[in-house]
Design a protein around this ligand. Structure first.
Ligand code: HEM
Length: 232
């Protein structure tokens, strides 16, 4: 059998930057949309479709102010190199309130704003589930790290980020519609495209959590062997 070769400097660099780069790329469109919406609200130039925001700008303004740093800085939390340098802890302390604000303002908007064209009961219910799930995951992730359960912390925080970043994946799930069909999607198509965005993210997070846990979990025979070795 060929002995395992240690990762080269370039392999390590790839591992460090590929994940965060993909996540930042996923955040680009929602972040840009947020900046444009915020600028419109501040200058009073709101297009007809955004009048529901202009009439009550506080929830959406707080939402955008939270989701921009949450989605960009959150992506960097997945860089292993930054995790070891104190950056992860410092930024994490900032990301907890930002993530909670993003999720809670999302729930607030779900309740107070009239539905945009194409949204219906299914999207409404999914937003409630996602907002509640993201809040719950951040609270569990914070509780885990306080107990020094770093594996649980990573899993819950990954889950929260994946749910929040449904906003990014939904850009991709809507893309074929806008390229091949165009116009405002009907309620059912919109629900499928929104739901698919969240489902893809949840599945990807689940995959990483399971494979990482699988790689790190010590099996009972391994534990017994370790115990035997430590007593000899
Ligand atoms: C953390 C990642 C998230 C990002 C990047 C993001 C981004 C945005 C942006 C840019 C807007 C403004 C849309 C516009 O101007 O038309 C928005 C609106 C909204 N977001 Fe989020 N969001 C995120 C998470 C969430 C979560 C977790 C919820 C859960 C409930 C949520 C619910 C909403 C709702 C209800 C609206 C108003 C939709 C409308 O009435 O058109 N968002 N989001």
């Amino acid at each position: 059998m060929t002995p395992a070769t240690p990762p080269t400097r370039s392999t390590r660099a790839t591992r460090t930057f590929v994940g965060p780069t993909v996540l930042v790329a996923l955040a680009v469109v929602p972040v840009a949309a947020g900046v444009i919406r915020l600028a419109g609200l501040m200058t009073g130039q709101v297009p007809a479709g955004g009048m529901r925001f202009a009439d009550d700008p506080l929830p959406v303004a707080l939402h955008i102010a939270a989701v921009i740093p949450y989605s960009l800085l959150g992506a960097l939390q997945f860089a292993p190199a930054l995790r070891r340098r104190g950056w992860h802890r410092a930024v994490g302390l900032l990301l907890v309130p930002l993530g909670l604000l993003a999720a809670l303002t999302g729930l607030w908007m779900t309740q107070v704003y009239p539905w945009p064209a194409g949204d219906g009961e299914a999207v409404y219910v999914m937003r409630l589930v996602v907002g509640a799930g993201m809040t719950f995951s951040i609270v569990r992730g914070t509780a885990s790290v306080r107990r020094h359960d770093y594996e649980g912390h990573g899993a819950w925080m990954m889950c929260a980020y994946a749910l929040g970043m449904g906003a990014g994946t939904q850009v991709l799930t809507h893309l074929p519609w806008f390229v091949f069909i165009g116009g405002t999607p009907d309620e059912a198509s919109r629900a499928w495209m929104m739901g698919l965005g969240w489902a893809i993210n949840a599945a990807v997070a689940e995959y990483f959590i399971r494979t990482r846990l699988k790689a790190e979990t010590i099996t009972p025979p391994q534990r017994a062997r370790t115990a035997r070795l430590s007593t000899t």
